[in-house]
Design a protein around this ligand. Structure first.
Ligand code: NAD
Length: 294
């Protein structure tokens, strides 16, 4: 099976290397020539997006957002779909708007090309370790055929429904993470203003109902003032924009998402876009003049 991967950024590059380690026949492309050279040195071939579309059984993408995936795949005359034929499969691993996933799938279906939307959670360390979590949308039989390929990069692969379900699940994940970080920052701020050490609050409650993976990862970062990403504020803004857009399309109320998005936007406007999303704490520090835990 010939695999083509377009997009070798923070995530795509280590994911490509893990496919190569698993023995995949992989051809790659990216606008960034240094990234391409690094993956070719690890055993991949490289060619144009056109030839990837013409020659690969499965075309994969790992690009920033919906407009990039639409542009690479659907641009009239030059988009990859123009070179694909019935029987080939497209797997988009980017985190994009599920509404866009469905539009792309519909355009591909006209040519007899099936699609899975398969975004990941886990970030760069898990992309390197090959322990990402895939959340996948698409037909069961296509999922069954390509699950082993996704397993070369991951610890978990779950089919969540038809096309778009993967990215809908990813948006749910991003809403829960952002709101959880905001709740932790707000609660730690309250504790400190009331004269209680947030570190002791954390120690006392982390094993109870309020405890979470998010609290264990982000609580200590807030108290250390450590904003090294991790997951960047600007990427989270992108995901929550997609969540708001999707929510407005399907008529889902998302007031908490709207509020935390405003905070993230304030942080972006104040030079924190490249900080870890735990820097939501800085918004509360700005309002109160305290430094949480310090
Ligand atoms: P990135 O910006 O590091 O990489 C994107 C790559 O796409 C770049 O190398 C860029 O050159 C390439 N690219 C853009 N347009 C292109 C085109 N027209 N043709 C060929 N290549 C093109 O992004 P990333 O961090 O690797 O993220 C990719 C996706 O994974 C995003 O949707 C992101 O939200 C998601 N994601 C990221 C993380 C993370 O921690 N970084 C975690 C989970 C999911």
């Amino acid at each position: 099976m010939k695999i083509g991967l377009i997009g070798l950024g923070i995530m795509g590059k280590p994911m490509a290397k893990n496919m190569l380690k698993a023995g995949c026949d992989l051809t790659v492309s990216d606008l960034n020539k240094a990234a391409v050279e690094e993956v070719v040195a690890a055993g991949a071939k490289t060619t144009s997006n056109k030839e990837i579309g013409e020659t690969c059984d499965v075309v994969m993408t790992m690009l920033p957002n919906s407009p990039h995936v639409k542009s690479v795949m659907l641009t009239p005359e030059t988009g990859v779909v123009n070179y694909m034929k019935a029987g080939q499969v497209f797997i988009d691993m980017s985190s994009i708007n599920p509404v866009a996933s469905k539009e792309i799938a519909a355009a591909l279906a006209e040519k007899g090309v099936e699609m899975l939307d398969a975004p990941v959670s886990g970030g760069e360390p898990k992309a390197i370790d090959g322990t990402l979590s895939f959340m996948v949308g698409g037909k069961q039989e296509i999922f069954d055929r390509y699950q082993p390929l996704l397993e070369t990069m991951s610890a978990s692969v779950v089919r969540c429904g038809e096309v778009g379900a993967g990215n809908t699940t990813k948006l749910a994940n991003q809403i829960i993470v952002a709101c959880n970080i905001q709740a932790i920052a707000e609660a730690f701020t309250l504790a400190q203003k009331a004269g209680v050490d947030p570190e002791l609050v954390f120690q006392a409650i982390k094993g109870g109902l309020a405890g979470s993976t998010v609290m264990n990862a982000k609580g200590p970062m807030m108290m250390e003032g450590n904003d090294k990403p991790g997951f960047k504020i600007d990427l989270h803004i992108k995901d929550l924009n997609n969540a708001l857009d999707c929510a407005h399309t399907v008529g889902a109320p998302v007031p908490m998402t709207a509020e935390v998005q405003e905070i993230l936007q304030w942080l972006h406007n104040n030079g924190c876009g490249q900080n870890d999303h735990s820097a939501i704490a800085k918004y509360y520090e700005h309002l109160t003049g305290i430094k949480i835990g310090r």
